[in-house]
Design a protein around this ligand. Structure first.
Ligand code: OXD
Ligand code: MN
Length: 610
């Protein structure tokens, strides 16, 4: 091993606590070399990765990477939150004692980076100068160069983010060791992978994957799990898997900001990057802030503020195209330095493709390889219908590449949040939008968020896989306390955001067609919500919130069957009563659920006539 101190000195890494941390893990992991990286090293690292065959060219300044075929998604069952206090155990956080997990991971990581370089990635999950900067600094150690390339796009990276910390010891220690991917028993009883956040020590120890959600530790492990814990422990903020967008009315000059959570596959990235529908484009301009994480706190003016701690987008490629998400397509155009992972790749033309990129697959199969690297042309009849790209294949690009990114996206002060929306994917029951003005009812609505269970796997038709606030895989402390923390933070706002539940996916009971066109037209529902908040419309009361009166929803330029619109703006009380029963059982699992949440549940049940 080279002289660690000399390397850190030469890299101008001045923080003594960081130095000690690097020395400690260099010794354990047994890495042969250490390299401190900053975003300025990106071009060189790209070159090195190309030369090593770790990435492949995918057009002008675009790159392609493939992960091991058993390592293509976050693994929820292998993800653990550890602390020293058993009271931190919740239903979803998969809690273990910190001492047990630290020992386990230290054992797994011992000598596991032998022969490799350990990259030191100092990063910041906020704009410098943010009120939450104290919680945003971290140092990821990784033995995987592709992880560095992704972190350079997803976070602010460089020693300047950790050299001058107000408290030199306040940074997240985030250790990533890839391990021998071919021999980790992924998905078997002998699974060796462990993804642990030791939340009360602000230490993240991930072993056994090089896939994004398990390996880019600034993102999910720090940006969500650790930050949610820090927000609660400090009583200062919320960290949620939320998108964040802005809408400007060019006529009145008003600007609104909306944040919101959607379980996977409910269209969060598409909504975050949406544009106005053509017919409303002259009047309303939509700006993108973030597609996956928002940290929110109460500002001095009594409003809720929010910011996206990330610096990039790690988006699902499937179905992304010029009509579903044109801004995403622009953000990965030639010259953007975007990286594609596990999509299909043409080794002759360097093109990439994924399901839904174009209506049908490229006709000429010459040179096309599927996400595993196998030639499409050589497929057997049994494999003919296998997807070309992995369903969880991704694109990684920086926020600045998104054409409608907000002008102030990198400003430290964040933006005032006018509305918080929750949206699942539900074929019936949930109207297009229902607004909720009571905070406890809003929090209750977030807690009971869910997406439809896949019928085959999860049984009961119409029953949701509940996903509180879309945070189920990222919760780091018990659900009852989580609800109480939400009530506290929003309760402190003197000018509160309005809540709403949205559903773009309602279907006709007979022929199954989608009742609402979705995509850019979703803005129409959000505009109504902002008008309601501003007192310009009053809506129609229902047992589950305020619905738009038909004439209040702006449908200029929209072709929609009046009967479909009618269904979208009414509720099915019988289905709702059934849902209340499911919710009762779901909420009963949670210890210490605040009485205000139970009261909200009872109020809704009573209004429905239960
Ligand atoms: C996720 C992600 O897994 O954002 O939720 O990547
Ligand atoms: Mn996510």
């Amino acid at each position: 091993m080279a002289d660690v101190d000399a390397i850190l000195e030469a890299a101008h890494l001045k923080n003594d606590h960081v130095r000690e941390y690097v020395r400690y893990w260099a010794e354990i992991t047994g890495a042969d070399n250490i390299e401190v990286v900053s975003v300025d090293d990106d071009a060189r690292l790209i070159q090195e990765a190309l030369e090593a065959g770790e990435i492949l060219p995918a057009g002008d300044d675009l790159y392609y990477s493939r992960s091991f075929y058993k390592d293509t998604a976050r693994s929820e069952e292998r993800t653990i939150v550890a602390t020293s206090d058993p009271a931190d155990k919740g239903i979803y956080n998969n809690w273990y004692p910190a001492s047990e997990m630290k020992e386990k991971l230290t054992g797994l990581m011992t000598g596991a980076s032998k022969g490799k370089t350990m990259y030191v990635i100092p990063y910041l999950m906020s704009a410098p100068g943010s009120p939450l900067e104290r919680y945003a600094a971290g140092v990821e150690l990784t033995d995987n160069r592709s992880v560095v390339l992704h972190m350079n796009r997803m976070a602010r990276v460089g020693v300047e983010h950790i050299n001058n910390l107000a408290d030199q010891n306040t940074f997240v220690r985030a250790v990533h060791v890839t391990g021998d991917l071919e021999n980790l028993g992924q998905g078997t009883p002998e699974d060796q992978r462990y993804f642990v956040t030791v939340a009360d020590e602000r230490t993240i120890l991930h072993y056994g994957s090089s896939y994004g959600g398990n390996a880019l530790l600034g993102k999910i492990a720090h940006g969500l799990r650790q930050a949610a814990y820090d927000g609660w422990a400090s009583r200062k903020f919320l960290a949620e898997q939320f998108m964040l967008l802005g809408i400007t009315d060019k006529v009145t000059g008003k600007k609104w900001h909306i944040a919101g959570g959607f379980p996977s596959a409910s269209g969060k990235t598409n909504l975050a990057m949406t544009l106005s529908p053509d017919a409303l484009g002259d009047r309303y301009y939509v700006e993108f802030y973030g597609d996956d994480i928002a940290w929110m706190w109460v500002g001095e003016d009594g409003r809720l503020y929010g910011m996206n701690p990330e610096f990039g987008v790690f988006g699902v490629a499937k179905d992304t195209n010029e009509s579903t998400n044109p801004t995403a397509i622009d953000s990965i155009a030639p010259g953007t330095r975007a990286i594609f992972t596990n999509v299909a790749y043409n080794e002759k033309t360097n093109e990439v493709w994924w399901e839904g990129r174009t209506p049908s697959e490229p006709e000429d199969l010459d040179g096309w390889l599927d996400w595993k690297g196998n030639p499409i042309a050589d497929r057997s009849p049994a494999e003919a219908n296998d997807p070309w790209a992995h369903p969880n294949s991704r694109f990684t690009t920086t926020l600045a590449n998104v054409p409608n990114v907000a002008d102030d996206y990198a400003e430290p002060q964040g933006v005032p949040i006018d509305g918080i929306i929750f949206g699942g994917r539900t074929r019936d029951r949930e109207p297009l939008i229902r607004a909720i003005t009571d905070v406890a009812e809003g929090v209750y609505d977030g807690l009971t968020l869910g997406a439809e269970a896949t019928f085959a796997a999860d049984g009961l038709d119409g029953q949701l896989r509940y996903d509180p606030m879309s945070m189920r895989p990222f919760l780091s402390y018990p659900e009852g306390l989580y609800a109480a923390h939400w009530l506290k933070i929003i309760g402190e706002c003197t000018d509160k955001p309005i809540f709403a539940h949205v559903n773009w996916f309602q279907r006709d009971a007979e022929d199954g067609h989608f009742l609402w066109p979705g995509y850019r037209d979703n803005l129409r529902a959000l505009l109504w919500l902002m008008q309601l908040r501003d007192g310009e419309v009053s809506g129609v009361a229902s047992p589950v919130g305020i619905l738009p009166a038909k004439e209040e929803l702006n449908i200029d330029g929209l072709e929609i069957d009046p009967a479909d619109l009618e269904t979208l703006l009414t509720i099915d009380a019988e289905r709702w009563k059934q849902e209340i029963g499911f919710r009762q059982a779901y909420l009963e699992q949670f210890a210490d659920l605040p009485e205000q949440i139970w009261a909200a549940h009872r109020r809704v049940a009573k209004a429905l006539g239960d």
